[in-house]
Design a protein around this ligand. Structure first.
Ligand code: UGA
Ligand code: MN
Length: 317
């Protein structure tokens, strides 16, 4: 081969190499937000805030959400994502979504949804052991075992390990199927210890609520067991971050009677009735609804799966 052609070839190879390098550099530069893993420092997290840069946030709301794989999971999480990124949200708030999968590993579905949201987020997972799960086939009732216990505890541990105690913040446990008015988060921002408010569609009532007298909670107007120390649904309270740090053992626990998760947790925070701060005006309008998705009828799908022809082959639903 004449030297001139050899040189041209060499130059061409060099050029291709250079272009490839440039491509890699560009890809790296435009890399999507990385999933924030357990135990990373809080200060590294403020890279994906949905806030415009000129707003000075004052309070972070850490929202701990247990979630598990099922046909309606993405629909539920999409609804929550739009709530937490709503333009109706007070601009002085930062929502930090701690989504905890009840699964042996993190799923791509959840990871992609979080990345797309633009929210500050933490993606965790912990699987509920089989013996702690309700077995409907054995005739066990859905409410016979508590749900979301280990997932909420994982969220709490992450908060304790990653968020400095002097951060102005509130922690809220938001199940993935409820419906939330963003006004609720504005109410939470002012919580000093524990804030409480009514929740719709619990205890076979339109609305369960704390009974307020002279600005203090004096009793519970509920459909079931008003004798519980704190007769309130998970969606009906939020806690100042300081309390979580001051009570490092506060958590949820499988070994509690049915319906006592909230009471056990609030007691483990050293909270008494007189400490409760009623929020959301005089409780009207309601700002959170304990909604549940209708069980999806998948009779035809099961037949198709048996034939090896699922309707969602290659489709994320
Ligand atoms: C009621 C309360 O509102 C919940 O806060 C409480 O955890 C639950 O009862 C209970 O008894 O443990 P409910 O609508 O019956 O809520 O419960 P789900 O919405 O089915 O589950 C609560 C949360 O746990 C949800 O975020 C759900 O995604 C999650 N979950 C449920 C799991 O992580 N794994 C499961 O196997 C089931
Ligand atoms: Mn629910």
């Amino acid at each position: 081969m004449p030297t001139i052609r050899k040189r041209a070839l060499l130059l061409l190879i060099l050029l291709i190499l250079l272009l490839w390098l440039l491509g890699q550099l560009l890809m790296f530069w435009k890399a999507p937000t990385v999933i924030i893993e357990n135990n990373q420092q809080f200060h590294n997290l403020c890279h994906a805030s949905a806030l415009p840069p000129d707003v000075n946030p004052t309070t972070t709301i850490f929202i701990i959400t247990p979630t598990y794989t099922r046909p309606v999971q993405k629909a539920e999480l999409t609804r929550l994502m739009h709530t937490f990124t709503s333009r109706l949200l007070d601009t002085s708030l930062v929502i930090h979504w701690i989504l905890v999968e009840d699964a042996p590993r993190k799923s791509d579905l959840v990871a992609h949804l979080l990345q797309k949201s633009g929210l500050v987020f933490t993606h965790l997972n912990v699987e509920t052991p089989a013996e702690m799960r309700v077995d409907v086939k054995k005739g066990e009732k859905k409410w016979s075992k508590p749900r979301g216990v280990l997932q909420r505890n994982a969220g709490l541990e992450w908060v304790r390990g990653s968020v400095p105690a002097d951060t102005r913040a509130v922690v809220y446990f938001a199940d993935d199927d409820n419906t939330y008015d963003v006004e609720l988060f504005r109410e939470m921002a002012a919580i000093e210890r524990v804030g409480v408010w009514p929740v719709a569609f619990v205890g076979e009532l339109m609305v369960e609520k704390p009974v307020i007298d002279n600005g203090k909670v004096v009793a519970w107007d509920v459909g079931w067991n008003a004798q519980r120390p704190f007769a309130i649904d998970m969606a009906g309270f939020a806690v100042n971050l300081r309390l979580i740090h001051d009570h490092p053992d506060a958590r949820f626990d499988f070994n509690q009677p049915v319906g006592y998760q909230e009471s056990f947790f609030l007691k483990s925070l050293g909270v008494a009735m007189e400490h409760l701060e009623p929020k959301a005006g005089n409780g009207s309008p309601v700002l959170v609804w304990h909604t549940r998705a209708e069980a999806i009828n998948l009779t035809q799908e099961r037949k198709r799966r048996a034939q090896g022809r699922p309707s969602d082959a290659g489709i994320e639903v």
